[in-house]
Design a protein around this ligand. Structure first.
Ligand code: SF4
Ligand code: SF4
Length: 226
C-alpha cells in the first residue's frame, strides 16, 4: 500500500486561504487504510476547518466527497458535479491520485492535503513500515524476501557494509541490520548459498521517468507508448 500522512492543519489552512468554497476529496483505498485521507479523515478535516473559519470569522463553505480510488479515471468521474460547484479541491489522496485529479479537472486548483511517504505494510493499527522503492529490478528472490534497497539504511546490494554490530545497523542502533536479517532468513529457508552471490551494479541510474506499464492484453490499444 501507499502510505501518507495528513499535512499540518496550519499548512492546509494557508493553502485554502484564497478560497471560499472548497471540496475536500478523499480516497477510499491506501490513504483510508493509513488513516490519512479516507471518508472519516475527510469528515474530521471538514469539521476542523469549519470550526476554525467560524472562530476566525472567515467565510468558508466545505463540501466532502470520497471516491474508491483517485488513481482511477472511472472513479474520478463521480466528482464532476462537486468539482464544478467549488472554487478549489483539497485532495487527501496520495501524490498519484492528486495529480490524476488535477489532470482530469484541469480548470480548478487541486491542492495536496497529505504528504505521501512510502510504499509499505500495515504492521499494526497505526504503524506502517516502508518495504519497497519501486526500483524496477526486484531482487527479493535472492535476498530471502527482504529488500536491501529499502530496509538497509545505505541501500547496499552487496552487504553487509562492515558496520553491523551484534546484528544492529550502524546508522541506527535501534534498527536491525538488513543484511543480518537477510542472512538469517536465507539460513532459515535453506538457501544460505545465495549470500555469496555478488549483485551487478544497479541499473537504476538509467531508469527513465515517468515510468509506464502496459498489460500484454492491452498492448495494441496503448501501442503509442511502446
Ligand atoms: S528490490 Fe526492493 S525496491 Fe526493488 S522492487 Fe523489490 S522490494 Fe521493491
Ligand atoms: S549495518 Fe546493515 S543495514 Fe546498516 S547500513 Fe550497514 S549493511 Fe545496511
Amino acid at each position: 500500500m501507499i502510505v501518507a500522512e495528513r499535512k499540518p492543519f496550519a499548512e492546509i489552512e494557508a493553502m485554502l486561504a484564497p478560497y471560499k468554497k472548497v471540496l475536500i476529496a478523499g480516497c477510499g483505498t491506501c490513504v483510508a487504510v493509513c488513516l490519512a485521507g479516507g471518508e472519516k479523515e475527510v469528515g474530521l478535516l471538514a469539521a476542523e476547518l469549519s470550526i476554525a473559519s467560524k472562530i476566525k470569522g472567515r467565510p468558508l463553505a466545505i463540501s466532502q466527497a470520497t471516491v474508491e480510488r483517485q488513481c482511477d479515471r472511472e472513479f474520478l468521474s463521480e466528482l464532476k458535479d462537486p468539482v464544478e460547484e467549488n472554487e478549489a479541491i483539497l485532495s487527501l489522496a496520495c501524490g498519484a491520485g492528486i495529480q490524476f485529479l488535477a489532470e482530469i479537472y484541469d480548470t480548478k486548483p487541486v491542492l495536496p492535503g497529505v504528504n505521501t511517504t512510502f510504499i509499505g505494510v500495515n504492521e499494526a493499527v497505526g504503524f506502517w513500515t516502508e518495504r519497497c522503492r519501486a526500483c524496477h529490478e526486484c531482487v527479493l528472490d535472492q535476498t530471502g524476501g527482504i529488500c536491501p534497497k529499502t530496509v538497509c539504511a545505505k541501500g547496499i546490494l552487496n552487504g553487509p557494509c562492515g558496520g553491523t554490530v551484534h546484528g544492529q545497523c550502524e546508522v541506527d542502533r535501534e534498527k536491525p541490520c538488513a543484511w543480518t536479517l537477510i542472512y538469517r532468513r536465507l539460513e532459515k529457508t535453506g538457501r544460505l548459498d545465495l549470500i555469496r552471490k555478488a549483485f551487478e551494479p544497479s541499473r537504476n541510474s538509467l531508469r527513465i521517468t515517468p515510468a509506464y506499464q502496459t498489460h500484454a492484453a492491452y498492448k495494441r490499444r496503448f501501442e503509442a507508448h511502446e
